[in-house]
Design a protein around this ligand. Structure first.
Ligand SMILES: [Zn+2]
Length: 252
């Protein structure tokens, strides 16, 4: 009988102990975004909010917070935007924050290239926001087929682990976005929590959506599609409109 081949899936040569690992290299993008110093070619990051916020939304792009969790866009919410998509979209996000009463923090990463940002910098940014804002609820983007969403989703798994020295939000939800239900290398979106969108709430969603005028040419950002998704989610719980979420963790 032939002997089984050695298991080559584990790279023992890549294993290092913490005592021999090199000191971590701090990502300058992370430092710049959080230290709030303007730099050429990159937007001026927003002022982090020191006061206690009840909700933290992790948004890979400026518009994901409106598409996936507009029902959480209100006073007491802070949006951590990861990518810099130019000054116009930045201004649009500022308008969304102004209308909703939410606050924003800007990481300043490259749009479409968050897979090239170091995982350490993304995890560090989320941990910093957690410990500064101490939110009760955190909204994480579904991984989808988009590399920026995947990077933020994966970083959030590490940053939101139950860790003794990090703030531990009681509720962690995953929100849907463009492509969530299309093939993902991770898994498909399988919601179990629905937030009913009243007439006022669906109007709030479309008003915030209108603020992202530069994105209106994209099919998934048309009011027709956004309302159709809200109606689809609503139909699953027999209400006119809803937003749907997965629950990653809930502590009572
Ligand atoms: Zn996005």
């Amino acid at each position: 009988m032939a002997t089984a081949p050695p298991d080559t899936r584990v790279r023992t040569d890549a294993v290092v102990s913490s005592s021999t690992a090199a000191d971590p290299v701090v990502d300058p993008t992370f430092l710049t975004a959080w230290d709030l110093g303007p730099r050429p070619g990159v937007m001026v990051p927003g002022e982090p909010v020191a006061k206690g916020s009840s909700v933290l939304i992790l948004a890979p792009h400026m518009d994901d917070e409106v598409l996936g969790c507009s029902s959480f866009m209100h006073e007491g919410t802070t949006v951590l935007y990861f990518t810099d998509s130019g000054r116009q979209r930045y201004a649009e996000s500022q308008e969304v924050l102004r209308i909703s009463g939410a606050e924003g923090i800007y990481f300043g990463g490259a749009d479409g290239a968050m897979d090239l940002a170091s995982q350490r910098s993304l995890v560090g940014a989320i941990e910093k926001a957690l410990n500064k804002l101490k939110p009760a609820t955190v909204l994480v983007p579904a991984a989808s087929h988009h590399q920026d969403h995947q990077a933020v989703f994966l970083a959030a798994q590490a940053a939101l682990r139950a860790h003794e020295s990090n703030h531990r939000p009681r509720r962690v939800l995953v929100y849907e976005g463009p492509g969530t239900e299309i093939a993902s290398p991770f898994r498909l979106f399988n919601p179990c929590l629905y937030r009913i969108l009243t007439e006022e709430a669906i109007n709030h969603k479309t008003r915030l959506l209108d603020a992202y005028g530069s994105q209106s040419y994209k099919a998934h950002l048309s009011a027709e599609v956004v309302l159709a998704i809200a109606a689809y989610r609503g139909s699953q719980v027999l209400v006119p409109y809803a937003e749907a979420f997965e629950v990653l963790r809930e502590v009572e």
